[in-house]
Design a protein around this ligand. Structure first.
Ligand code: 13P
Length: 349
């Protein structure tokens, strides 16, 4: 029994390492139906099942993108969909050496009794859903909790209930042979400064790792998907990429165990180039206890959506934009990114 468990943890640890392999990161393409509708609204495209399938196919079939993308997080609808040639998306990704993953939380609801705070739901029936997704080819999963900063938030209760749910999810993932991506996101909304974000992010991560440990989650077989430490989006404070990198790394070195193989940042509303520049600044600081990579949604996809506009004749150009962003982030993994690279990928018309 013990040997079986050990073997299982080794497999999880190897998958986690593949997801943060040098020069590679994760594409978060797991927008729920409500969220993808919002994204499509920005380009005037109707959110039908077929348009969503066509858009995800564009992303997953982008030539050469496997050089910079190790894994893709899918949504429930997408993991059941297939490409034009009938190949199911999880297999299509696997064929290209890209690991399929799946969002398994069911979104956030108001935390009763705590105005302005949220708790993530989705634990009921999760064990069975994880087994189903693994059969479909998923090798990792994602669960997102969110925390709002204001003068009095987040509360201790919000931090504790979300840490508990994240750890329950992570333990169930590992029992089902899936690498859990643990995503506690301290939101950018508000006018707080960099210092306050650092304190809150540290407190949230400390609670999350205490729960993960208490519930027997093996750090070696998971990945952390956090926010970068940033001033609120309405803050007058101006910060350089180097200041963001210094605050983020100082915070993480205090609370993220060295046994965690990788930290894959979310973009959280930062501009695509801004997110790349800040990831680059972190990797330019030299070796850290963990790989520092990306699991971007908007920061990889915004330029792609703009180029696509829902038109079949724009697919090739949109794929060029995706490859360009992925390759810039590949460079940021080595601390080699420079803004001149934004011009270095000629677009094919
Ligand atoms: P963003 O990079 O757009 O924040 O999305 C990442 C993600 O997966 C949020 O859960």
């Amino acid at each position: 029994m013990k040997d079986k468990l050990r073997h299982n943890i080794t497999d999880l640890a190897l998958t986690a390492l593949d997801l943060v392999a040098p020069g590679k990161g994760i594409l978060a393409a797991d927008e729920s139906e409500g969220t993808i509708e919002k994204r499509f609204n920005t380009i005037g495209v109707e959110s039908t099942a077929e348009n969503r399938r066509a858009y995800r196919q564009l992303l997953f079939t982008t030539p050469n993108v496997e050089e910079a993308i190790s894994g893709v997080i899918l949504f429930d609808e997408t993991i059941h969909q297939a490409a034009d040639n009938g190949r199911p998306f999880p297999q299509l990704l696997q064929d290209r050496g890209i690991i399929p993953g799946i969002k398994v939380d069911k979104g956030k609801i108001d935390l009763p009794g705590f105005d302005g705070e949220k708790v993530t739901e989705g634990l009921d029936g999760l064990n069975g859903r994880l087994a189903h997704y693994r059969e479909l080819g998923a090798r990792f999963a994602k669960w997102r909790a969110v925390y709002t900063i204001d003068d009095y938030l987040p509360t201790h209760t919000c931090i504790q209930v979300n840490a508990h749910a994240l750890a329950r999810y992570a333990a169930l993932c590992q029992a089902n042979g899936l690498v859990p991506i643990v995503e506690p996101e301290v939101l950018m909304n508000g006018d707080h400064g960099l210092d306050r974000c650092e304190v809150v992010t540290g407190a949230v991560l400390q609670a999350v790792f205490a729960e993960l440990l208490a519930q027997g989650v093996a750090y070696e077989g998971m990945l952390l998907k956090p926010n970068m430490v940033l001033p609120g989006q309405d803050s007058p404070e101006q910060v350089t990429a180097e200041e963001v990198a210094a605050a983020t790394l100082r915070c993480f070195r205090r609370v993220v165990p060295a046994a965690v193989p990788g930290i894959v940042f979310l973009s959280g509303g930062q501009g695509p180039e801004e997110a790349t520049e800040r990831l680059n600044a972190m990797n330019a600081q030299g070796s850290q206890p963990w790989e520092l990579s990306f699991s971007f949604g908007r920061a990889l996809q915004e330029p792609v959506l703009q180029a696509w506009q829902g038109q079949a004749e724009n697919v090739s150009q949109a794929q060029q934009r995706f490859l360009q962003r992925a390759m810039c982030n590949r460079a940021a993994r080595r601390g080699d990114y420079g803004s001149e690279m934004e011009e270095a990928w000629p677009l094919v018309g």
